[in-house]
Design a protein around this ligand. Sequence first.
Ligand SMILES: [Fe+2]
Ligand SMILES: [Fe+2]
Length: 472
Amino acid sequence: MAREAPTAVTRPEAPPEGSPEAPPVAALNFGQVLGALSHALDLTEGQPKGHCVRSCWIGMRIARQMGLDEARIADLYYTLLLKDLGCSSNAARICQLYLADDQPFKHAFKTVDGSRRGALAFVLRHTGPGADLRRRLGALARVLRQSDTIVAELIETRCQQGAQIAGMMGFSAAVCAGIQALDEHWDGGGRPAGLRGREIPLFSRIALAAQVIDVFHTGAGREAAMSEIAARAGRWFDPEVARAALACGRGAALWAELEGPELARRVFVAEPSRAGRAFDEDGLDDVVHAFARVIDAKSPFTHGHSARVALYTDLICTELGYAPEARRWMRRAALMHDIGKLGVSNRILDKPARLTDAEFDVIRRHPAMGEEILAQVDQFRPMARLAGAHHERLDGKGYPRGLRAPELSRDVRVLTVSDIFDALTAERPYRAATPLRKTYEIMDAMVGSAIDPECYAALKRAVAAAEVPGFA
Ligand SMILES: [Fe+2]
Ligand SMILES: [Fe+2]
């Protein structure tokens, strides 16, 4: 609990007035919502911000060069934007197996050329970079002995989880299949199924080429990107896709678009119409629930955390008399509150020992990272503010800004109580769940210093009255 527990005790001042905001969902651009949230996927993959958005633009250009019809382009658009949906699900396992930070590991993995020699060099360079010699050699021996099985497991987990989450959002089977087969290679040497040639969905073939172009373009420039496409055509890439990609890369237009300040807006404007499905309140809830799955899959320590915080938040809001629409936005904010944790290495998130000051500094950045991601969508600004302040305390000793009671809205106080309650009562890999009575003893001592008395009392009443799983 050293990561969450506060200590000092002072009375809070009255919270600011004002009811939770309920922005109109109808005005939301679905592509913009997914594009903003895709930045959380970029963080998880260790890619420069905008990787998914740029990959989307590149893939759409390739598809148009190939003459794909508009109906298929619509599904391709979402496949490209959400290709990394499963990325958080293998991060903890990468840290555990390779004794490495998952983000630089994943970033570098996207540049491996697929040859045996390249794979070996990658493993030697990225296994246990900061570990002592004995642990490093042990990890290397394990990884090299089982390298095929390990890589297959990591990719399979990622692909299946990504496809499943896309299904949760209501995307078509074609989008799900496109995400599932992202790492398959034209020559049958890819994963998870070793599909070959046209057995691989076209969307996956285009997305793989688009992804490699962006990784090499941002890392080493346009010539490097094009020579990777040419060199891997017929091995990794469908020759027809590679030809179209090379045609798109000739001249300066594509590169100017990718490097231009307007790219994100152009991608959002290019969002194809979603046949038969408007972006409504339920659609937004689906997206938010799906991203909560991505967040919670990042670490075994936080399995189900976002969903439970949303449940406790809803119970407190009901007790406090929030209107249904405001409760709905509060549930969404609770589901998204830890989205910034996708930018924190699992080496820190899953560390079984006490964190160093430097590691805790990284943890302290997650609210601001979450706020930045959510604030990209105008209608998400209230949620962004809540995500940015959920570790603040009434006495000003919280983080990241050290805000004090008058600056903390009732909404954020609700969220903080829910978050701390779940941090205590959830079972963790390294300890059992704290029993309810003991949880209340700990939280009683935080009243006035870290948590708001009114919100906390509402939680206690709600837990006593409701059939909360585990506390009935
Ligand atoms: Fe948090
Ligand atoms: Fe949390």
